[in-house]
Design a protein around this ligand. Structure first.
Ligand code: ADP
Ligand code: MG
Length: 474
């Protein structure tokens, strides 16, 4: 798996020429990001970081990841409707983690009032790494599932063409022709369009709830433009705009800036830092409304790391998906070892195990967006410090996945061209729509491969660590 491009990867002249072609191709294809220096401007932009070469991915594992995506959609949807499960699973977490607690409070508040929303739209991305066993065989292991603001479905739809061209320039037309087509932007837009249609008002628009700083705007525009092409109007608004311009009518229809909103698509709202008191109020207003939230607050909670850990307990999947033994087998086959650090004997034992052998594990708080996990010595230090305090409960522990590295070049604006030892993470996008109790759409919507140098333990593309990639199936 590591040796896909052995003949060219060390050919400095060929690599330099191909890199120049690659960067121009990325700009032409629209693989773009706003710059760190001018994050609010679209008149000076640069290419989003990407690999020079597509990375090898074992075909069987790629197919396995696609085959389990509808199961993950079903599972997330089932969890989001299971109040008892969410309550029990998050009970210990919300005692110590203020952010999860505040989300949970909104969740209970909207349930008490009674849901006005009757159409549900889920867009998620299940992320995996390829764990290399002692005998050299690789296994698919889920890293996490993102149920809110899963990004890069737009830019990755345009990255394949760039890699196809690079391979041709390197004399590999045959291999170039084998890169798979991939268009998550279209798949995600079709889910949003379905939800919009079921909401049932021609005048209503889709609202992208966006960040204050929108460096990744082009990724979002890919989906936005797909909607405009279907004659569905799109608004881009921040929480602050909703606070200032949003209101509900008597039947809890949502209006922002005078326009009725059918679907709220969150590309923001998953980190505590964005929420001041006004933004929490805006979030509550959105959740109380009749509009289709993608995701609704229950589905956001279903994507927490604590829920992921709980799912790995024997019997849990059977409770959540009764009568689906095949789906359960497919889901479970992707799980890595996950461990609870809740107070009590089990948690004590797990904490001691991790302190004794920190390199075997990753310590994860209830946070999203990269850069929050702890590894190695740092893991040991933090766990030593909190092992006898309730704070321990805000984390989960996970087996560390150890993929086989491969050589590649990470192309980044203003960075020298240099060879790196890299590992990749495969994400599969899923989209589903439910009306009342009836699931009307459930699909895998494309894939995303992100690659990073092995010297970084953590961090995604937005965090400046990983770069966009294209799978080359072996
Ligand atoms: P986030 O919500 O911050 O994206 P993740 O669980 O995806 O949290 O972790 C962030 C990154 O840390 C991943 O993209 C991956 O590179 C690394 N990582 C997470 N879990 C593991 C693991 N079990 N083994 C190895 N690396 C991991
Ligand atoms: Mg992640």
């Amino acid at each position: 798996m590591a040796a896909a491009w052995q003949d060219v990867v060390r050919d400095a002249a060929a690599v330099r020429e191909a890199a120049a072609v690659a960067v121009d191709a990325a700009l032409l294809a629209g693989v773009l990001m706003r710059t760190g220096e001018q994050p609010h401007a679209s008149d000076v932009v640069n290419f989003a970081p990407f690999t020079l070469l597509p990375s090898a991915v074992p075909r069987a594992l790629f197919e396995q990841a696609y085959a389990v995506q509808q199961d993950f959609n079903l599972l997330v949807d089932a969890i989001s409707q299971n109040k008892e499960f969410l309550e029990q699973t998050l009970a210990s977490t919300i005692k110590v983690d203020d952010f999860t607690a505040r989300l949970f409070r909104i969740y209970t508040q909207v349930l008490e009032e009674g849901l006005a929303q009757s159409v549900f739209l889920g867009i998620n991305r299940s992320d995996y790494m390829f764990d290399c066993g002692l005998d050299g065989t690789a296994a698919l292991r889920q890293i996490e599932i993102n149920t809110i603001a899963a990004s890069f479905g737009g830019l990755t739809s345009r990255t394949t063409d760039v890699h196809r061209l690079v391979l041709k320039v390197l004399g590999k037309s045959e291999e170039a022709s084998r890169l798979l087509p991939n268009n998550p932007a279209k798949g995600l837009a079709s889910g949003i369009a379905k939800a919009w249609e079921l909401y049932g008002s021609q005048r209503a628009v889709v609202m992208f709830l966006v960040e204050d700083v929108q460096r990744n705007i082009f990724d979002q525009r890919c989906i936005e433009n797909e909607l405009w092409n279907r004659n569905i109007g799109v608004l881009r608004k921040r929480f602050r705009d909703v606070f200032e311009q949003g209101c509900l009518d008597g039947s809890r229809r949502l209006y922002v800036d005078g326009q009725e909103v059918a679907v709220v698509y969150y590309r923001e709202g998953y980190v505590p830092q964005v929420y001041d008191q006004q933004n929490w109020e805006a979030r509550l207003l959105l959740e109380r409304s009749r509009a289709v939230k993608c995701p609704d607050i229950a589905t956001q909670l279903a994507g927490t790391k604590k829920v992921q850990q709980e799912l790995s307990r024997p019997g849990r999947l059977e409770e959540l998906l009764p009568g689906c033994p095949e789906a359960i087998a497919r889901l479970r086959a992707t799980f890595a070892g996950l461990y609870s650090l809740d107070e009590g004997e089990e948690g004590d034992r797990i904490a001691a195990m991790a302190i004794a052998d920190p390199d075997r594990f990753v310590l994860k708080p209830q946070r999203e967006g990269g850069g929050n996990n702890l590894y190695g010595e740092e893991l040991r230090e933090v766990l030593e410090k909190i092992k006898d305090s309730p704070e321990r409960t805000s984390y989960i522990l996970m087996d560390k996945i150890k993929p086989q590295p491969a050589l590649n070049y990470l192309l980044r604006a203003h960075s020298p061209l240099q060879m790196s030892e890299c590992i990749s993470e495969l994400g599969i996008f899923g989209v589903y729509v439910r009306q009342g109790q009836q699931l009307v759409l459930n699909q895998a919507a494309g894939h995303l491969l992100r690659t990073k140098a092995t010297e970084h333990a953590d961090g995604g593309v937005a965090a400046g660590v990983a770069v966009l990639d294209t799978p080359y199936l072996l």
